[in-house]
Design a protein around this ligand. Sequence first.
Ligand code: NDP
Length: 479
Amino acid sequence: MPEQYRNYIDGEWVAGASWSPNRNPSDLDDVIGEYAQADAAQAKAAIDAAKRAFPAWSIGSIQERANILDKVGSDILARKDEIGRLLAREEGKTLPEGVGETVRAGHIFKFFAGEVLRLTGEKIPSVRPGVEVEITREPIGVVGLITPWNFPIAIPAWKIAPALAFGNTVVFKPAGWAPGCAWTLAEILAAAGVPAGVFNLVMGSGSVVGETFVGHPDVDAISFTGSMEVGRGIAQKAVSRMAKIQLEMGSKNPLVVLDDAELGTAVNVAVQGAYFSTGQRCTASSRLIVTEGIHDRFVAAVSERLGSLKVGHALEAGIEMGPVVEQPQLEQDLEYIGVGQQEGARLAFGGERLQRGTKGHYLAPALFVDANNQMRISREEIFGPVACVIRAKDYDEALAIANDTETGLSSGIVTTSLKHASHFKRHADAGMVMVNLPTAGVDYHVPFGGRKASSYGPREQGRYAAEFYTTVKTAYVAP
Ligand code: NDP
């Protein structure tokens, strides 16, 4: 019998209304455990507990808050190999990617342990004589956090840590496809002494638990990361009841490669950005926009590199790309590979299912050439190891193609020209710009987020997180 993992509600470990198996995408015979699935009543119980816990936590000792977050960070770092392994086992990232993401989560908690003590206000003179004005930040209340499967510990960390740091209480729903890291994080938070009701883990489906959070009047704010379709629905429901929202969603991130690029750098940046983590990153470079003078050399060199890319079981040493996360995602990837061919793009490499020693969702990295920016494969997020090369005549055309998309999370350029790098940095219509670096791969202490349909609401991470997780109060005092 696989082990059963319960929800954490009001300081108690609670069995679900049902259970759902968590399988290893590298080996479908490997069941990691059975994870509790809450019903709407349990989701409401978690919200009630968070509401009851809010008054004491929100005005409680900031030293206690800082200590708890610091301890959570230390515990994650101490268990990085074990948690990184669990991450690789449940999501399919390679072991080094899993450990790297876990370390990042630990650092995030430590960063926000410091932020607890750094929250400032302002005291300024009033335009009315004898009156003083104070501007302070206060917690919002109960926040509902809804996360995707592709960063199963980092994204929960970058929502939970600031939410708690600034005095909010939390109801947290992780993605159904990768609940193991979320459960382990809850175990660490509970052991670190988070008071009952302050943090609640509510595993269960989006349509039950997620919708209960979004619709409930006692959930004061919702922070969501996931697909655009679900994000749009959440926005409509949450705004109709005036809840505060923050949405981070998908993107068709461009990587521009100019004639003057150093070819080795261009290949590394493109392959890392498009295919590492199996291309399952909101910041993945799915559009490679390449100017004419380097186009053929670039395509040949990327194809050669993909030929040597080691695809296989995520826990095996030396593997560079693990499997696709789940069967429906694999089917979506394969469908788009078919769509690209029907649209007239040519598959220069990969795109076929791979067999390995264990039954898993293995897919060869796919590189399309002769694509244009109007094709569906260039406009719709595939969320797999699939990239398309779009030829551009010069820098100006490449920039125009890069910006011709409804999304705007991360945008990259590979060039040795300072002039073009500087121009691109200013004119790329994206929340994040990378010069000679992959579009994916960011620091944890600076803002993260996009423009256009990729994001909605204040930025996440770094000190900018305070914008979402606090509300501003202006007090006038006549002594
Ligand atoms: P989904 O939108 O399918 O799911 C995200 C979360 O929302 C899951 O926890 C899901 O639950 C939940 N959910 C589903 N339906 C509802 C609903 N009706 N109401 C409330 N919650 C709901 O995204 P994926 O998990 O498939 O993640 C992939 C997507 O995430 C990609 O589009 C990717 O670009 C985006 N992403 C964006 C990032 C960013 O920062 N911009 C970072 C990482 C990923 P359940 O799992 O039970 O369905």
